[in-house]
Design a protein around this ligand. Structure first.
Ligand SMILES: C[S@@+](CC[C@H](N)C(=O)[O-])C[C@H]1O[C@@H](n2cnc3c(N)ncnc32)[C@H](O)[C@@H]1O
Length: 242
């Protein structure tokens, strides 16, 4: 079983500081990217349990929610039903490292759906806290392949300062063992260079965030204390050049 299939059981409840920083950044961007009444078609790469997927659907977007973990997708489906946004969330199991293929080497279900219904490309791609698990060039190639010209990419990740001393992981409540999916540290410069190579330009500024001091850390709970003074989160909005 993949590490994320195991993590799915506690992913939404283990007091993860990075997810809280991510909520702050994403919630600040969505009003601009998805203004009321915009009804955009969005693909989310590495949607996980739907922490951001539900927000996108609630803002009226149709979301193609993509992840390779059956466990994470199972949680997302439950939440979509509970929040009554099932009709706006279309779930695809896809290993992004293989896109546009599936594990059997033929076009994946996600690729076939894109060709059938969204061959002109989607309006936006969202990917939060995922690229530490991916080759950066493969990632941008896949985003470019499905995005409309002038479409946008909302991208967040673990900051390289945090990545230099840590990586995504969780304490398995069943065994008490720390489980860590494979991780690659991507410094800002590397992300921006790869983005430029695939035709993306930065819109606005790159955001870098983490608990600044003891007072600021309080809002993120006990697990934030050890990260005081360290940048944990990076976020940016990129646009695909026409
Ligand atoms: C840290 S979680 C982030 C989930 C969600 N985006 C969020 O911000 O809460 C990383 C997600 O990326 C997914 N993932 C990692 N590698 C992947 C790959 N090669 N293809 C598809 N999904 C992948 C994992 O299954 C997991 O759901």
């Amino acid at each position: 079983m993949d590490a994320y299939d195991l993590w799915a059981a506690v992913y939404d409840t283990d007091g993860n500081v990075l997810q809280q920083l991510d909520d702050l950044y994403v919630d600040a961007q969505l009003p601009y990217l998805l203004p009321p009444g915009s009804s955009l078609m969005i693909a989310e790469f590495g949607c996980g349990t739907g922490r951001n997927t539900i927000k996108l659907a609630r803002r009226g977007a149709q979301v193609l929610a993509v992840d390779y973990s059956q466990g994470m997708l199972g949680k997302l489906k439950g939440k979509a039903k509970e929040k009554n946004v099932e009709d706006r969330i279309h779930v695809y199991q896809q290993d992004l490292a293989l896109f546009p293929k599936g594990p059997d080497g033929t076009d994946s279900g996600f690729k076939q759906a894109l060709d059938r219904s969204y061959s002109g490309g989607v309006d936006g791609v969202v990917s939060t806290l995922v690229i530490e698990h991916l080759d950066i060039n493969l990632f941008f190639a896949a985003v470019k392949a499905i995005l409309k010209p002038e479409g946008w990419l909302l991208l967040t990740n673990m900051h390289a300062d945090m990545g230099a001393i840590s990586s995504a992981g969780f304490l398995d409540p069943e065994t008490g063992k720390k489980i860590k999916p494979a991780s690659i540290n991507h410094p800002e410069q590397e992300i921006l260079e790869a983005a430029g190579k695939y035709g993306f330009v930065l819109r606005g500024e790159v955001s870098e965030d983490g608990p600044r001091d003891a007072e600021h850390a309080k809002q993120f709970g006990k697990r934030a204390v050890k990260w005081i003074g360290i940048k944990m989160h990076i976020g940016m909005v990129l646009k695909l050049r026409y």
